[in-house]
Structures are given as structure tokens and as C-alpha cells.
Design a protein around this ligand. Structure first.
Ligand SMILES: [Zn+2]
Ligand SMILES: [Zn+2]
Length: 298
């Protein structure tokens, strides 16, 4: 989960739903525009308070709003969909409000399910409403809020679990029901581990893998070059970085992962983290209290 020092950084405003669409036109060129959905983002619904154990406490009213909002928004995003696009639906799951994501082609309706940490029923409902076919489950790292529901989702969808890096297997081994209220949490072994330089793909759209340890030893980032877009898990957040006090965490390693692996990808890269709203590397290099250029003296 999320934040470094509680007092070091102001509370974040959670963007509960984000719809991003990726247009492919012509075939080798992508435009990615993440639309922060009005209902949830023009006026903050609540502030997510990061507590000592990194748990985001969401109110009951928030969950209701998210659920009702989710329904109307998925319909809105569907009607706006054009052929030959890729879209992203964020479905916050568990009391940690982890950004589980469904990424799909509007042409083939083939999809990836990213980080199904829990609330598998809710994710199945989203998949059904979007009328997509999940081809693979991808995992950024082994923490329960990202991987807790993966085994259950794999059974229900009959697809393979890809990732994270093998160095997070010890975290996957420890997953058990009930932790953080995630009833379906279950230990498992992925069908394939990921490592630096590997690639994964949906309908021929390739994501390159970067092994980015520090938050957890086996954290990976999925980078899509043409769309200039990355799924970064809990490595980097809008305005913060992943916590490093959990087993296998290492602060300097995390800073190195961000500055030596992510920054070289380019300032224009947009990213979606495991919690909270998306951002760009450019924005974080300007204003992130942990890794801005001015903070690191670079
Ligand atoms: Zn997390
Ligand atoms: Zn994590």
C-alpha cells in the first residue's frame, strides 16, 4: 500500500474512477487520453487518510457512491467507445481501495485484468457489464490488496496469472483469507513470472516489463511505449511513492528503481498506480515530495 510518512505528505484525494481510452490511429500510433470522470473528480468525494498500516479508510457512503457511479460510468464509457481503441476501467477493490483495472480492446473486446486484489464478485460484474473477455491476469506485485483475489479470479475466468517477479513469491505464499478483510485471499503460484525485459501483450499491443524492486522485491512495471503509458503498481503514486517498511522493502532501491528505470522512459509517460489517481512522470519530477528532481538534487 501507499504512503511513506503520514505527516510528510498531504492527504490524497482519491479519484475513484478513471476511464482512459487509447486510440490506435494509424496502427503504429497511439493516443492515450485518460479522462478523469466528472462525477468523481470535479468535487472530491472524500479524502483518503493513510493510516500507520497504510490502510485507506473509506467510508460506507463512498463505497455506495463508487458502486452506483461505476454502473453509470461503464455505460458512458461503452457508448463513447470507438472501434480500434483500448480502454481502461478502474475498479477500486478491498478496503485498501486498490486500483484493480480492466484494460480492453473495443474492437475485439479482449481484455486484461490487472491486480485483482479482492472483491472478485465486483470485478466479475464489471467484466460482465463491459462485455469483455479476459485473456490473462497480470500482477504488479505480491501484496494482498493486489494479488489476494488472483487465485479466485483465475479459477472463475479460466485464464493464466502472469507476474509478478519471482522475488515476490514469498508474499504470494503468505496470502490467506481474512487478512485486511479480504475474504477470498488465497496463496498461489503464477503461471508465469516476469522479469526485466520480458514482454506481455493484448491483441498484439506489447507491454515491456521493468523489474522495479524497493516497495516489494518482485514489483514490476508494465510499459506500453506507443501509448506512452505505464501500470506502475505501488512503485510510484501521484504525489508519493510506495512504502518501504514491509518485508523486503528498501527505500534506496525504490528511489533507484524510479529514477534509473522509470524516468529514462520519458517525461510524457502517463501512469496509473495501484492507489489513487493517475499522473505523468513529468508532473512527479516537478512536484513529488520524494522523487522530484529538486528533492533528489538531480
Ligand atoms: Zn497496494
Ligand atoms: Zn503494495
Amino acid at each position: 500500500m501507499a504512503h511513506q510518512g503520514l505527516t510528510d505528505y498531504p492527504r490524497i484525494i482519491a479519484s475513484d474512477l478513471i476511464v482512459a481510452s487509447f486510440r490506435r490511429s494509424p496502427p503504429t500510433e497511439y493516443v492515450c487520453h485518460a479522462t478523469l470522470v466528472t462525477e468523481f473528480n470535479q468535487q472530491p468525494l472524500h479524502t483518503t487518510t493513510m493510516t500507520g498500516d497504510g490502510v485507506a479508510r473509506a467510508s460506507d457512503s463512498l463505497s455506495k457512491q463508487v458502486n452506483s457511479g461505476y454502473k453509470s460510468l461503464s455505460e458512458a464509457s461503452m457508448s463513447a467507445a470507438e472501434k480500434n481503441q483500448f480502454q481502461l476501467q478502474v475498479v477500486p477493490v478491498t478496503q485498501l481501495q486498490q486500483n484493480a483495472m480492466i484494460f480492453w480492446s473495443t474492437e475485439t473486446r479482449n481484455a486484461i485484468l490487472l491486480d485483482p486484489g479482492g472483491d472478485v464478485d465486483l470485478l466479475m460484474e464489471a467484466i460482465g457489464k463491459l462485455e469483455v473477455t479476459v485473456k490473462e491476469i497480470w500482477l504488479t506485485h505480491g501484496h494482498i490488496d493486489h494479488a489476494g483475489g488472483a487465485a479466485e479470479a483465475r479459477r472463475r475466468l479460466d485464464v493464466e496469472i502472469i507476474g509478478p517477479h519471482i522475488d515476490d513469491q514469498f508474499l504470494l505464499d503468505e496470502l490467506k483469507p481474512g487478512t485486511y478483510g479480504i475474504a477470498e485471499a488465497e496463496s498461489f503460484t503464477p503461471d508465469r513470472y516476469l522479469d526485466d525485459g520480458d514482454t506481455v501483450a493484448l491483441d498484439g499491443v506489447q507491454f515491456e516489463l521493468l523489474h522495479c524492486p524497493g516497495h516489494s522485491p518482485g514489483s514490476v512495471v508494465f510499459f506500453q511505449k506507443e501509448m506512452a503509458f505505464a501500470f506502475v503498481g505501488d512503485v510510484l503514486f501521484s504525489g508519493s511513492i510506495g512504502r518501504t517498511d514491509l518485508p523486503g522493502g528498501n527505500h534506496q532501491q525504490l528511489i533507484d528503481s524510479i529514477t534509473r528505470k522509470l524516468w529514462p522512459l520519458g517525461e510524457k509517460i502517463q501512469f496509473m498506480p495501484g492507489h489513487g489517481p493517475g499522473s505523468t512522470f513529468e508532473q512527479e519530477r516537478k512536484s513529488n515530495g520524494f522523487v522530484a528532481d529538486s528533492v533528489l538534487g538531480t
